[in-house]
Design a protein around this ligand. Structure first.
Ligand code: GDP
Ligand code: IMO
Ligand code: MG
Length: 427
């Protein structure tokens, strides 16, 4: 019954999609348990790039059960677009199962996301404008519409009427925006409901049966530890719990069912959107990493902020997620740099900080403690064995593992399935 969780240890876009795809080959079930279409997971198969937002990365293998669990906020338009896109490419999507308890993103959530951000002005979060925050707000306020409600025309008509009336008041009175037309949204979502209904089920029970049968399950984290609503750099976070603990609430699987937690670490740091970033490089080195790494958002196309690897934050992620192994990605992006820095701790007002400060004011003032290491300045993208990596590349990842206190499990040297060095079998 192995159940492996793959999570992001930084600010997202670590390459979770690639690692999940790699491990999914051996899995029977692949599950998304949090977030929504704000995620953008890239998988490259035989040189062909697939960008997944709501569909679990396991969809690219035939015969896997792919679950969109209760913790996800589901944008019907977005998932149907992905589904049709997959089908058009000849990919079998019959293994998809959608939780009847997942909450539904409605057009007013996306509009409110946009308007709330604009109203924040300089204090904006830099969201993906996918309606994630407003949808989770409705869930927490207990007025949300779940997939089970969507596929029952009578219940949906009632709930939508109540919600749209309230949202239209907010849209017009607070933001001076156009109201939504009830009949139009109803007709549009009734159509989506018909198309989604065949995939809908109680996924918690499905997963429970899967565990009982001894099947191999993979949980695909979206977003990342420092975007976690509780543990990230609040308020510059998303509105869900991407950490490994989110699997229990987001999929209805008890913590004891989880056997292994893999933390994906990009070999340097990036962040898209606003918020503190101690090791950010606002110089030529940052530009070099952005250009070489094509660091532009999968979901929004925004340039990602780039910086040195922050092992201190990864160590915190190891603690929060009970990490068993590290999966290091994009090591090849550093191939050309003559020297590299790893942040191993934070200092504030001359004092070494034991914790990651909750105060954003303090976090903005911390001084990273760096260790400088020589680069390897050679192309590593064709290397398939750990021993064949240049000594300086091995030293770099081993130092990270040492500071974080978690062993290396995977080292990735390119986006392709084959560009993966496996040090530890997860299943
Ligand atoms: P995710 O959101 O964590 O799944 O990551 P994204 O897909 O948003 O961004 C990671 C990008 O890095 C994608 O374009 C991947 O194809 C790519 N990628 C993953 N691993 C590697 C690697 O080891 N080297 C290189 N060069 N690219 C990689
Ligand atoms: P994956 O799964 C990187 C960021 C947004 C913004 C903040 C809140 O591809 O790693 P939201 O739309 O969620 O309310 O935005 O979170 N963000 C991500 N950054 N990767 C992601 O997902 C992200 N999902 C959300 O940029 O700063
Ligand atoms: Mg991404």
């Amino acid at each position: 019954m192995p159940a492996v969780v793959v999570i992001g240890t930084q600010w997202g876009d670590e390459g979770k999609g690639k690692i999940v795809d790699n491990l999914a080959e051996q899995a029977d079930v692949v599950v998304r348990y949090s977030g929504g279409s704000n995620a953008g997971h890239t998988v490259v198969v035989d040189g062909k790039e697939y960008k997944l937002h709501l569909l679990p990365s396991g969809i690219l293998y035939k015969g896997k059960t792919c679950v969109v669990a209760n913790g996800v906020v589901l944008d019907p338009e977005s998932i149907l677009k992905e589904l049709r896109g997959m089908e058009a490419q000849g990919i079998d999507v019959s293994g998809l199962r959608i939780s009847d308890r997942a909450h539904v993103v409605l057009p007013y959530h996306k509009k409110l996301d946009e308007l709330q951000e604009a109203a924040l002005g300089d204090a904006k979060i830099g969201t993906t404008n996918k309606g994630i925050g407003p949808c989770y707000m409705d869930k927490a306020a207990r007025v949300g519409i779940r997939v089970a409600d969507l596929i029952d025309p009578e219940v949906f008509a009632q709930k939508l009427a109540r919600n749209i009336a309230e949202k239209n008041k907010i849209l017009t009175a607070i933001y001076g925006a156009e109201p939504f037309d009830y009949a139009t949204v109803l007709a549009q979502y009734n159509e989506y409901a018909k198309q989604l209904a065949p995939y809908v089920t109680d996924t918690a029970t499905l997963l429970h049966q899967s565990v009982a049968k001894g099947e191999k399950i993979m949980f695909e984290g979206a977003q990342a530890t420092f975007l976690d609503l509780d543990h990230g750099t609040y308020p510059y976070v998303t509105s869900s719990n991407p950490i490994a603990g989110g699997v229990s609430t987001g999929a209805g699987v008890g913590p004891k069912a989880i056997t292994t937690v893999v933390g994906v670490v990009k070999a340097y740091s990036t962040r898209v959107g606003e918020g503190p970033f101690a090791t950010e490089l606002l110089n030529e080195t940052g530009d070099h990493i952005r250009q070489r790494g094509h660091e532009y958002g999968t979901t929004t196309g925004r340039p990602r902020r780039c910086g040195w690897l922050d092992a201190r934050v990864v160590r915190y992620a190891a603690m929060l997620n009970s990490l068993d192994y590290l999966a290091i990605t994009r090591l090849d992006i550093l191939d050309e740099l003559p020297s590299l820095k790893i942040c191993v701790g934070y200092r504030h007002n001359g004092r070494l900080l034991e914790e990651i400060p909750a105060s954003l004011k303090v976090l903005a003032e911390v001084e990273p403690i760096y260790e400088e290491m020589p680069g390897w300045q050679q192309d590593i993208s064709g290397i398939r064995k750990y021993e064949d990596l240049p000594l300086n590349a091995r030293r770099y990842v081993e130092r990270l593992s040492e500071v974080v206190g978690v062993p290396l499990g995977i080292v990735s040297v390119g986006p392709g399935r084959e560009q993966t060095i496996i040090l530890k079998k997860m299943f």
